[in-house]
Write a protein that binds this ligand. Sequence first.
Ligand code: GLU
Length: 407
Amino acid sequence: MACKQFDRVAQFLNLPEKTQAIIKWPQRSLSVTFPVKMDSGEVRMFSGYRVQHHLALGPTKGGIRFDPDVTLGEISALAMWMSWKCALVGLPFGGAKGGVCCQPAEMSKKELEGLTRRYTQELIPFIGPQKDIPAPDIGTDEQIMAWMMDTYSMQVGYPVPGVVTGKPVTIGGTLGRKEATGKGVAFLVKKITELLKLPGPLRVIIQGFGNVGSVSACQLVKDGAVLVGVSDSSAALYNPKGINYFQLLEYKEKTGRLAGFPEADEMDGVELLCQHCDVLIPAAKERVINEVVAEKLRCRILAEGANGPTTPEADHILEERKEIFIIPDILCNSGGVIVSYFEWVQDMQSYFWSEAEVFNALCRILSGALDSIMQFSHENKVSTRMAALSLGIKKVAEAKEMRGVFP
Ligand code: GLU
């Protein structure tokens, strides 16, 4: 899917074949297998990966995913999207991604710590503040980043906060990183709502209630929106009169799942995506909007909180159905990596910013990137996704061409 998108954009941009080949393939891919002592006494083997897509613009940057669907192919695609994302919003990074194939929800804290430390140990020669900087993604959080930072620092012999972002604030994390992706999604939704002159209150459906989904929901509700549908891996909930976000959050924190929440009806997850709403936010995994779903969508704005939620086939359908405005993933969820960049800068300078400084700088970058996409899309008569990808890919291509081929 990532390659298909790339080929289409490369053709559109008329990139020389040599440049296409140079920027399409991941520069470095590491595949590791390592043992972890489980609580039962058993020693279990796990497979992990880290892919660095390109290093033309600076060190590489991207999250670490702990999930049973992790494969080298998935991680490579996600690394490629990180490249276009960082370039689009002007960060001095290439894209990377990592992951371990595991079921974090079924592991104890001790097992997760063992897995994180052993995986980090394998990555030591591959990562570093000037080489490659991991961050949270699906199934990982501040605690995991703290263990990664500690493992790396113990190896080199001094504290290296800049080796990961998304750390707890007490050990060199930045204020606002945890909320950054969701707040960025809500900020962009607000901008597009104004552009399209949609009357409020906005009716919102969110697929996924992890960090991105729940913070987006929280911010949109605070801005006056009505949450009519929400889903996680346990259930899809729908209530056209509105779901009380704060009661829902309390219920999820207590039970660990959305299933059984009394103030809404449960429905099929795919059906939920197709309900009538102003804003649909896929905020979980890839490929949930396929060609079947794309035909049936009844939203005005598709805000892609997840990476790669829409397949190229679905994209063709949505390009025909001009009534749906797509905020493409590499812009929509870029708040996370933008604030990661701020965290890295603060770590390098040992000088920390206020939360207001972080959010003002975030909004400035998001607004600028949105304006460039709108302008490119208008001037070249292409979709917002084609515009966003073109801007990102063009920048990487220019950097590669300027640097030339070594030796
Ligand atoms: N995992 C996030 C993403 O997909 C954040 C990456 C980062 O902060 O480096 O954009």
